[in-house]
Ligand binder design. Structure first.
Ligand code: SF4
Ligand code: SF4
Length: 296
């Protein structure tokens, strides 16, 4: 939004901007909003067949309709965007895994043997960050540090809630593509219910350290929600993800926490699925033995 030079704005995050009914835009224009910026996925990254082109056609139609109704059509604008990967050359050991896994051929070798991310080709899928053995790649907005900080922050709130007798506390790592209905619930409401959702670029590439941090911060159970195999954009990373989960479960067993962690799949196609998975996990954690107490 800095580029747009707008200080006061409301941001709405949606499963797909192409699915917002025209009536919604007309109502908010009539309500007095001066500018509406629609940020659409990059062409190649749209989940729906020809969805991007359909989105553009709808946008042009809507603009014409707005003009017809006597409003300034420039009130509505469209921009394409994707989260971009960034990498730290000092951490890179030049193994080349990221170059081979990128489904968009957005990473090139440069002559000195380190990769170079072509920002304009990057679709922000997260596959490279998932395979990099040295955490040299991060996705803007999903950096390792920022996820850690979020867990600690919500951990503090969970301790407050628990002191008021609200339990159990559940941490959910949710793939950015697998679930959207949770975004309709404010984080405050979720924390009040002792369920905290942290979105990650791909739950299959979830860092086991973040799961352990969740337990250390006081959560009683950790659930990782991922897309079904056939819908995952990063199928190549499946083996790495499975290896991560096996290693994580071994550590959790040693800590007596193996029954407090679960992975499951869902899709925006089945909006009710998320709530029922969450409900049954919370019930299971509530009825199981108390976890080892942590220090705060
Ligand atoms: S985030 Fe995805 S598209 Fe971007 S460089 Fe990494 S693997 Fe390629
Ligand atoms: S996967 Fe990581 S360490 Fe290997 S080349 Fe890519 S950035 Fe460097």
């Amino acid at each position: 939004m800095k580029e747009e030079n707008v200080k006061d704005f409301i941001s709405l995050r949606l499963p797909c901007v192409g699915r917002v009914p025209s009536e919604f835009f007309l109502r908010i224009i009539a309500f007095g909003f001066k500018k509406i910026l629609i940020i659409q996925c990059e062409e190649d990254y749209c989940r729906f067949k020809k969805g991007s082109q359909i989105g553009i056609n709808r946008f042009l139609l809507l603009r014409a309709m707005i003009e017809e109704l006597g409003y300034d059509p420039t009130v509505l604008s469209l921009k394409k965007n994707a989260i971009k990967a960034i990498y730290d050359t000092e951490k890179c050991v030049g193994c080349g895994k990221c170059v081979f896994i990128c489904p968009y051929e957005a990473i090139e070798w440069n002559p000195i043997g380190t990769p170079e991310i072509q920002s304009e080709a990057c679709m922000g899928c997260g596959a490279c960050a998932m395979v990099c053995p040295h955490q040299a790649i991060e996705l803007m907005g999903y950096e390792y540090e920022s996820i850690s900080k979020l867990i600690q922050l919500y951990g503090t709130k969970i301790h407050e809630a628990k002191s008021k007798g609200i339990a159990p506390a559940v941490l959910v790592f949710c793939c950015q593509w697998s679930e959207f209905s949770a975004l309709d619930t404010s984080q405050t409401d979720l924390v009040r219910q002792n369920v905290t959702i942290v979105e990650v670029p791909c739950a299959k590439g979830l860092d086991p350290v973040h799961v352990l941090e969740g337990f250390y911060s006081g959560f009683d159970g950790v659930l990782a929600i991922t897309c079904p195999k056939e819908e995952c954009k990063l199928e190549e990373g499946k083996e790495i993800a499975e290896r991560n989960v096996i290693a994580l479960k071994k550590v959790l067993k040693q800590l007596n926490l193996e029954d407090k962690f679960e992975t499951c799949t869902t899709s925006p196609k089945y909006p009710e699925n998320f709530n029922s998975l969450l409900k049954s996990f919370v019930q299971r954690i509530s009825s199981s033995r108390p976890r080892i107490q942590t220090t705060q």
